[in-house]
Design a protein around this ligand. Structure first.
Ligand SMILES: *Cc1c(COP(=O)(O)O)cnc(C)c1O
Length: 336
């Protein structure tokens, strides 16, 4: 990847003259089933720019309550677009056309105006689940029938593609804006690509400039992304195998369960309630052994696999989890 970055021909990205960025954009628009695309530094900026284009202040976005847009972007929808989020109560991150119908506001002066339905593929805090194509088709049809835009946060879209065998464009075509992160499982240092209609991307460019996301010789970053599309997509299957292995090793530890019980992609949630230990205590002890998880609740931890986590590392992490739970058992544990 570093060699590809060093060898990349570059130009001024702000002027749309960087040949490597342009190559990435053409490829990404095709990949995502859209007319056009724009290169951005982060996935968060893809989400925020999409909401800025789709919404006016006072509009409302329908999204799962545990999504990145709702809980992990500093309330950007409110702070930047001036939009509300209607949080759909769904533990899995997946919801139905009936949920969209129930969330849709009647068009009247005193109500927020429903404008966007946002979905995450895969669902991060829903447990790395894949939105089944038929469910996305139904949600998209319901939203479009009502005149709402469909937005896909595709931070881990390629994980969904590898797990399901459904081409990215089949998901992407159901959306009015869709993006892909190169910095998650695709293992690039920087970069994400946002795709949509030509008109949508033209509007997105205004916000890219306003927010300081227009770059110069960004071809060095686009070269990393192209390298990842060539070399890091098929191998996501290994991350899924490793995640399943970690899930099965974890459930062999007394008091540890995984929730959801089925590991679909590269994310595993541990429910450590049965150990009587606080997630934070387990996490601190694991960190001392070089195993890094996220604390997601008093008894909930998240593990994510990626290109730099090997099968041997997974086996070691499983053994560390067993050792840590045994070691901490019986010691008094503060909850926070
Ligand atoms: C990581 C992530 C983002 C944000 O991407 P960044 O590139 O870190 O800004 C958005 N949505 C989901 C589901 C994510 O996991």
């Amino acid at each position: 990847m570093l060699a590809a970055m060093a060898a990349a021909p570059t130009g001024d990205e702000q002027l749309n003259e960087d040949p490597t960025v342009l190559a990435l954009l053409g490829r990404s628009a095709d990949l995502l089933g859209q007319e056009a695309a724009v290169f951005l530094p982060t996935g968060t900026m893809c989400n925020q720019i999409s909401l800025l284009v789709h919404c006016r202040p006072g509009d409302e976005i329908v999204a799962g309550f545990n999504t990145h847009i709702h809980g992990s972007e500093g309330a950007g929808a409110a702070a930047l677009a001036g939009a509300l989020i209607y949080p759909v109560p769904t533990a899995t991150g997946i919801f139905t056309a009936a949920d969209v119908a129930a969330a849709a506001r009647p068009l009247r002066q005193r109500s927020p105006r429903t404008r966007v339905v946002a979905i995450e593929q895969t669902t991060n805090r829903g447990g790395g689940r894949v939105w089944p194509l038929e469910m996305l088709q139904a949600v998209s049809a319901e939203a479009r029938k009502r005149g709402f835009a469909v937005h896909m946060d595709g931070a881990r879209l390629m994980n969904a593609v590898i797990a399901s065998g459904v081409p990215a464009a089949d998901y992407g075509r159901l959306c009015d804006s869709v993006w892909l992160d190169f910095t998650k499982g695709l293992a690039c240092p920087v970069g994400a690509v946002l795709a949509g209609s030509k008109d949508f991307i033209a509007e997105a460019w205004f916000w890219k400039h306003r927010l300081g996301g227009a770059m110069r010789q960004a071809g060095v970053l686009a070269a990393a992304a192209l390298h990842a599309l060539d070399n890091h997509v098929e191998r996501l299957a290994e991350d899924h195998v490793n995640a399943r292995l970690f899930g099965s090793l974890a459930t062999m530890v007394p008091g540890v369960a995984i929730d959801p019980p089925e590991v679909e992609t590269n994310i595993v949630f541990l429910d450590v309630t049965g150990t009587g230990l606080a997630a934070i205590a387990i996490n601190e002890a694991l960190k001392r052994r070089g195993v890094r998880l996220n604390v997601e609740g008093p008894h909930r931890l998240r593990a994510v696999t990626h290109r730099d986590v090997t099968r041997a590392g997974i086996e070691e992490a499983g053994a560390s989890l067993a050792a840590v739970v045994a070691e901490l058992a019986g010691q008094p544990q503060p909850l926070r």
